[in-house]
Write a new protein. Structure first.
Length: 220
């Protein structure tokens, strides 16, 4: 299995979406097949769960269980099959978001999240790709768009009607950002931290450069 699994993370307002699209285009131009997907979501069932997760009030454990349920379906139906076809999977958010939002932001138990991660990601596919020493299926690379929460909040205030997470106060996003930093500290070789507090063209330059360094994009 030669597929490549890359996830993209950051607090709401970090501005990751345009860069994910640009990267998908650049990889396709270089002749590879790209599966562009997102979490929560990516399958009909997981998209239904997404609508609930983003809009319905619920406690943090319910939220965590629903995002992992959506993830399980997504891994089985979309991610594992695409990797088996040797495609490049670009996923807008993955499990680091659960640790950052449900763990950091909402204060849900980090160890319970690790157990859920182990269950959902250990059995989702053959152990030959993207697996950690512990046998977990993880992205090969995670691009973290890091931006100060106050800057992100300013960007969001110009955007469309906020969902449940987007309408959280800045201190919630401080905790989410701390959650991402904790995940990166635990697995520094998987993470690429991008300074997203720059003009979009400079952010893209950094993303493209990092992708060239890792061999995802050929030098142009
Ligand atoms: P986002 O990816 O920002 O999509 P859009 O650009 O359409 O708003 O929104 C997804 C939201 O879901 C975001 O606020 C983070 C949240 N989320 C979690 O709380 N836990 C998770 O595990 C995932 C994947 C996302």
């Amino acid at each position: 299995m030669n597929g490549l699994f890359i996830s993209f993370e950051g607090i709401d307002g970090a501005g990751k979406s345009t860069h994910i699209d640009a990267l998908a285009q650049a990889i396709k131009t270089q002749g590879k097949v790209v599966a562009l997907t997102r979490e929560p979501g990516g399958t009909p069932l997981a998209e239904q769960l997404r609508a609930l997760i983003l809009n319905a009030p619920m406690d943090a454990m319910t939220e965590a269980l629903l995002v992992f349920a959506a993830r399980r379906d997504h891994l089985q139906q979309v991610i594992a099959p695409a990797l088996a076809r040797d495609e490049v999977v670009l996923c807008d958010r993955f499990t680091d978001a659960t640790f950052a939002y449900q763990g950091g932001g909402r204060g849900f138990d980090w160890d319970v999240l690790s157990v859920l991660e182990g269950w959902v990601q250990a059995q989702a596919g053959p152990a030959s790709f993207g697996t950690t020493a512990a046998g977990l299926l993880q992205p090969h690379l995670t691009v973290w768009f890091d931006v100060p929460p106050a800057v992100a909040a300013k960007r969001l205030s110009n955007a469309r009607l906020p969902d449940k997470f987007e309408s959280q106060p800045v201190d919630f996003f401080e905790k989410v950002a701390h959650g991402y930093a904790r995940r990166m500290a635990a697995e520094p070789e998987r993470f690429i931290r991008i300074d997203a507090n720059q003009a979009p063209e400079l952010v893209w330059k950094d993303v493209a450069q990092a992708m060239q360094t890792r061999g995802v994009l050929l030098p142009c």
